[in-house]
Design a protein around this ligand. Sequence first.
Ligand SMILES: Cc1cc2nc3c(=O)[nH]c(=O)nc-3n(C[C@H](O)[C@H](O)[C@H](O)COP(=O)(O)OP(=O)(O)OC[C@H]3O[C@@H](n4cnc5c(N)ncnc54)[C@H](O)[C@@H]3O)c2cc1C
Length: 463
Amino acid sequence: MIAMLIREEAKEIPVFYEADICVLGGSCTGVFAAVRAARLGARVVLVEKQNSFGGVATSGLVNVWHTLHNTEFNREIIAGLTLETIERLSRIGAVAEEKKSHSVGFVLNTEELKIELDQLTIENKVKVYLHTMFVAPFIQDGELQAVIVENKSGRGAIRAKVFIDATGDGDLCARLNLEHRLSSHFQPSTMCAKISGWGINGELQDDMTGNNSLIGLDIREARLLYKDEFNLPEGFGWGRHVPATKDTYMYAGTRVYHANSADGDQLTFSEMEGRRQVRAIMDLVRKYGPDNKIALVSLPSYIGTRETRHIECHYRLTGEDVLYGKSFEDSIAYGSYRSDIHHQDKPGLTLRYLDGEQVYMRPGYPNEVSRWRDKIAVNPSFYQIPYRCLLPKGPYTNIIAAGRMIDMDEDAFGGVRVMVNMNQTGEAAGVAAYLALTQNKRLADIDTGHLRKTMKAGGSIMI
Ligand SMILES: Cc1cc2nc3c(=O)[nH]c(=O)nc-3n(C[C@H](O)[C@H](O)[C@H](O)COP(=O)(O)OP(=O)(O)OC[C@H]3O[C@@H](n4cnc5c(N)ncnc54)[C@H](O)[C@@H]3O)c2cc1C
């Protein structure tokens, strides 16, 4: 019989680096956290398991950032490093803006984004480790003192005084055994793909799906009609052309249901099943889309994970807080993207807007429009994310979460999860880490008024 547990031998490992602040995970959330703390003067180290920064946007190919305005498009609510990055990418033609769109604000060339994020870390003297995976926390005297990482050099430690968990999945919090949960309806993962020959850049695109330029074939109808022939689950597909390319289209049209990306086996299954579905879509278009000479240009480095763990924090943001635009004294981020729930238990998605409207979209069927609430005198035009949602409960006072793992219920997560919002949580975590460090305070004890002022001074909008 094979023993189910083995004991790993204790051994001494080198300390790779010592910093004030250690950020784990280098999507824009993590990079922006690192850059904001470094700009204030902290010595910052940033650890990313992939070969580049950007997370789902780059390694997952998701090339859309939403508007920086409120729902009425008459008030700017987001600036900071999100705006700065858009401006930098604009200078090289790597962004296309879709003004006043509730579905799409900016379409990015996310290969250029990878290079821009490298530049940001270099300019701000952030020590970076790519191809480096966080694997375990190091606790001494009851305190989180270091993290253990692994890369081509082997296993080593990174010491720091404050830690930011920006791994998306909350790997550091989970390994610390901090309370966390996986929603029973966690949103399914999607393998994106870049496909050439999909259509001609610049043609008018459908506001929601962007896919009406697939010549000779209504992809939504075709997928429903031929789903059994190609073993394609019903779900939802959308996409966008890659800015300044002739005809390269990013299509997010697969769905891997009931597979948790924070589980090694299930993630492995998702990757291969996602790729199988991309092949099935290609085969379908090759067979039934006679005018399309499509080619698969690239697959992502990993499947796009929408949702895994949420960390139990000092406050859980609710759908009601978001959809009624509740104000918080300790707000550190703002958003206007509607609650957008990709279903786990049925095809399609449900959108809940701040004006009370609700739309259930199931590709190939008419949209079902209703209301999630009655009309009210004045609709909120944006929502707020409080600092407390980033602060994990538990014994460790020098750890803060940023990104999709923060504490929110399913409805809140539906809207808050998008990148322009997550970016701001990174910036807040970076500034908060700097203040805790320099004031010798626990992250939970910093003055949130001071946090907001410091964020504003660094370019964030604070309302
Ligand atoms: C298919 C799909 C479509 C989407 N569409 C949009 C959209 O159009 N617009 C939008 O704004 N949002 C969209 N989203 C949502 C958005 O992309 C995510 O919610 C957002 O990227 C979450 O940011 P994050 O920083 O929390 O996590 P991630 O982007 O997942 O980044 C986590 C980072 O941490 C790294 N990491 C993880 N574990 C470790 C470890 N142990 N050690 C070291 N590094 C680690 C990862 O490699 C990654 O770089 C979409 C998501 C998916 C999956």
